[in-house]
Design a protein around this ligand. Structure first.
Ligand SMILES: Cc1cc2nc3c(=O)[nH]c(=O)nc-3n(C[C@H](O)[C@H](O)[C@H](O)COP(=O)(O)O)c2cc1C
Length: 337
């Protein structure tokens, strides 16, 4: 993976290392250590940053965009939103207020968001200080979940993380709707694994080490994706783990553009961190939305038909994974005016 040093463990970031006496750029660079722990589609980490004075600019990194799987870029922008949210939660924790501006992207240029920090001169006033501690503890949990239901109180805390205008969280417990999604998932997996270009792209990224396995195993996995028809087995496994999950959830947005997708990513990360504090596992299963006709079918299950589904995920209780996926250091570019 580009610039990835296996000796460095970005997950072991230490709060006490915050450069209280340092310059604003030093502080922002430290906070970026939390931003990059965010989840991203296939762990591609498609984000870049520019730092100047008290300002951070956040860019989507088009070199790390999955051109086949994420053809309409929604996952790239949502991933960037997850990183932005971690940055804001960390800034808040260290006593900085943030003014965020969003910028609709011009072709491949310009930041998608910029953040101006200002010291509040007091300890964190965050409504949800517990989210900060969850940043280095968060995982994607792809295991089968226990039958144990998620209590109403916990669910209310998770739902409470989605209060944004124009963003909707649908929680699905109804077994009939879950099995309809199960069917969509099987169809999506089968179609995607039958697509050579999709398999080649997946194999390429696995070989880059995004999944954190040693090079030889990564190579073998990538060969398996390219040459074995894994679609049926994957579809069966995905169907089982989906039905084992107490809850399926969908985040949707009123408008369907990059800025909204960044905002959806922010909500996703916030509720994911909340789930982490409650010991609840989260697993995005977005392949249904990668196939246009299946996406239209999935949209029929959301409570407001005029909204666009952006992210489908399941939640439930399971042991957290033993290790984290790797991270590359923050990639810095020059500031854009
Ligand atoms: C926008 C977005 C879409 C994702 N879609 C999927 C998905 O379809 N299937 C899946 O298994 N994981 C999905 N993930 C989870 C990533 O694979 C995971 O975040 C990444 O591998 C890093 O691992 P971590 O979350 O444990 O840090 C998605 C994550 C994001 C942010």
């Amino acid at each position: 993976m580009r610039g990835f040093d296996p000796k460095v463990t970005p997950w072991q970031i230490r709060e006490q290392d915050f450069p209280h006496q340092g310059s604003m750029p030093d502080k922002i660079r430290f906070l970026l250590g939390y931003a990059i722990l965010a989840p991203s589609i296939l762990n591609t980490q498609p984000w870049q940053f520019a730092v100047s004075g008290d300002e951070l600019q956040v860019f989507a990194d088009h070199e790390r965009w999955l051109k086949v799987a994420d053809w309409d870029q929604r996952n790239m922008y949502m991933s960037t939103g997850c990183a932005l949210e971690n940055f804001l939660i960390a800034a808040d924790h260290f006593g900085y207020g943030a003014e965020v501006a969003y910028h609709p992207p011009t072709f491949r240029k310009g930041p998608i968001a910029s953040v101006k920090l200002s010291p509040r001169g007091e300890a964190s006033s965050s409504m949800r200080p517990e989210l900060f501690a969850a940043i280095p503890r968060r995982h994607t949990n792809c295991d089968e979940y226990l039958e144990r239901p998620i209590e109403r109180g916990a669910m209310a805390k998770i739902s409470g993380c989605c209060a944004e205008e124009g963003i909707l969280l649908d929680i699905i417990e109804d077994v009939r709707i879950k099995s309809a999604f199960d069917d969509l998932l099987v169809r999506a997996d089968t179609r995607l694994f039958a697509d050579d270009r999709w398999c080649e792209e997946l194999a390429f990224w696995i070989e880059q080490g995004v999944l954190g396995v040693p090079w030889l195993i990564a190579k073998m996995k990538s060969l398996a994706v390219t040459f074995l028809n894994l679609g049926k087995g994957k579809a069966r496994r995905d169907a089982e783990i989906l039905m084992s999950s107490p809850l399926l959830a969908i985040l949707s947005s009123a408008s369907d553009d990059p800025v909204e997708q960044v905002r959806v990513g922010q909500v996703m990360e916030r509720l994911w961190l909340m789930a982490t504090t409650l010991g609840i596992g989260v697993h995005p299963m977005n392949q249904v939305l990668q196939v246009l006709d299946l996406r239209l079918e999935a949209a029929k299950s959301i409570s407001r038909p005029e909204f666009t589904p952006q992210l489908i995920f399941r939640m439930g209780f399971a042991e957290p994974p033993k290790s984290h996926t790797p991270r590359q250091p923050p990639v810095e570019v020059s500031l854009t005016r």
